[in-house]
Design a protein around this ligand. Structure first.
Ligand code: GLU
Length: 484
């Protein structure tokens, strides 16, 4: 029984291919092409073919490895490809040169080609070619605009058009789905396929991906999957965002697994308008993906990152496991990425924090000084920092110094973390541990006491910030600001 892939009249099973050029890690938009092809293969019960579009033999093995790794990371596997083989290999363009040239020879014999500056070119007679695109509909291309099609370079290598057309035919590709920057290429490849006596594949060209620039020059969509993985995005979030670039689920939901997606995807819900890469959306998806992780997995991912950052030894001591658990209780549901989690961990593990001068100013009074000192003695006296009844204990200490409950909590948080928000102090205390709490409070108190005395720093016109640079001794010909 064949399963229908969609309502566009394309019945499964379909052989599709993904033909990335090995130029390093997969770019975001290219990854979407891979995903959509994979989905069509899965949905139709067909085959997903990975073909490396490497013009130069062995030019970039590292790039090919990066592509394979990125696809694996996304959870996409291929049925045929350079590493797994298959019935119509080899699956690298660079290994198919003899095949490409043998088909070109057939053409040349028939007189359909001519030589131009050492290259071999397909002569395109006047006329029009219609690309019956599954997404764009019929698009007509005037041959004069297409121009003749180069097939062999002066160096004797098959061009992209020759290799792609021959390989799509020999690999029995039913449907070519790719970005619509290749729409006009489809017309050329149809003409070439017919000249070679092949039935051209069906085509589906997806719309362009754009992104709102956050900072001038900050092109995130052009970033590779590798960058996102290293920043600590999860494949689950990436899949959701990639899928929603041009496709929309029938029920409008935004959360689905790859398997669920494979059950829902259809070409008739793919649009051709530009779609927006939105890093904020990706971040939101990633928070959800992190929260949905099984606890042991989240724990392991974090431990691995900590080890790579040399924040954790191997094997991991039990105490560190407990620490990570507490960290996950406190921050696990809040951070957007694993990278963000690591930043928090680095801050927690640091000996000291820098409390901004203006915040120190606000702490600068005797009551706060004595209160913070009392808190540090209180901490020192606790054998175990987990589960302290701080909601009762801190206000009790604060009241001895006439400090309101809210001010007390704020002062402790500021002294310990140099920020106004974060997890409850009851979680923060065990994460920081006795020594850091003593050191951080000690540092703030020392600032309050000795930093600049108890005189507030004067800001504003004539105040401290501009007075720290003394005037140079006047020179004979110096340009004195007060003079001439
Ligand atoms: N290597 C080409 C690209 O990445 C393949 C285009 C095609 O799918 O035909 O743009």
């Amino acid at each position: 029984m064949t399963r229908r892939v969609d309502a566009l009249g394309v019945d499964g099973p379909l052989r599709v291919r993904f033909a990335p050029a090995p130029v390093g890690t997969l770019a975001f938009g290219v990854a979407r092409t891979a995903l959509f092809n994979w989905l069509i293969a899965r949905r139709s019960g067909g085959r997903f073919v990975l073909r490396i579009d490497d013009a130069e033999p062995l030019a970039d093995q590292a790039s090919e490895a990066a592509i394979l790794r990125d696809l694996h990371w996304l959870g996409l596997s291929w049925d045929e490809g350079p590493d797994v083989g298959g019935p119509v290999g080899p699956y690298r363009r660079s290994e198919r040169g003899a095949i490409h040239r043998s088909h070109l020879d057939r053409l040349s014999v028939s007189g359909a080609t001519y030589a131009r500056d050492g290259a071999v070119v397909l002569r395109i007679p006047p006329g029009t070619t219609i690309v019956g695109d599954l997404l764009h509909g019929d698009v007509a291309f005037d041959h004069a605009a297409l121009g003749d099609v180069a097939l062999l370079t002066a160096a004797g290598d098959a061009t992209y058009h020759l290799s792609t057309t021959v390989d799509d035919a020999l690999m029995r590709i039913d449907l070519v789905l790719r970005g619509d920057e290749h729409l006009a290429d489809a017309a050329r490849q149809i003409l070439l396929a017919r000249a070679l006596g092949f039935e051209p594949p069906r085509f589906a060209h997806t719309g362009t991906i754009v992104e709102p620039l956050r900072e001038p020059g900050e092109h995130l969509a052009a970033a590779g999957l590798d960058d996102f993985r290293r920043a600590g995005y999860l494949p689950a979030a990436m899949i959701e965002h990639l899928a929603l670039l041009g496709w929309s689920p029938p029920d409008g939901r935004e959360s689905f697994t790859l398997d669920e997606l494979a059950g829902m995807f259809s070409l008739d819900r793919v649009g051709v308008s530009t779609s927006k890469f939105d890093v904020d959306r990706l971040r939101a998806f990633n928070v959800r993906a992190l929260r949905a992780l099984p606890r042991e997995r989240y724990h392991a991912l974090l431990a691995e990152r900590m080890q790579r950052a040399r924040l954790l030894e191997d094997p991991i001591p039990d105490a560190a496991h407990r620490w990570i658990e507490t960290f996950l209780d406190a921050y696990g549901g809040e951070v957007h990425t694993l990278g963000e989690a690591l930043t928090e961990i680095v801050a927690l593990r640091a000996e000291a924090v820098t409390v901004p001068a203006l915040e120190l100013e606000r702490l600068r009074n005797r009551q706060v000084l004595f209160f913070l000192d009392a808190v540090s003695q209180y901490v020192d006296a606790q054998p175990e920092l987990r589960g302290l009844p701080l909601a009762d204990d801190l206000p009790a200490i604060a009241s001895e110094f006439g400090i309101a409950r809210k001010d007390a909590f704020e002062a402790v948080r500021m002294a310990l973390t140099a920020t106004h928000d974060g997890p409850p102090l009851a979680q923060l205390f065990p994460l920081l541990g006795h020594d850091r709490i003593m050191m951080r409070i000690g540092a703030v108190n020392s600032h309050i006491l000795h930093g600049r005395g108890l005189e507030p720093i004067k800001y504003g016109p004539g105040g401290v910030p501009f007075e720290t640079i003394q005037p140079q001794a006047p020179q004979a010909t110096g340009n004195r600001r007060d003079g001439s």
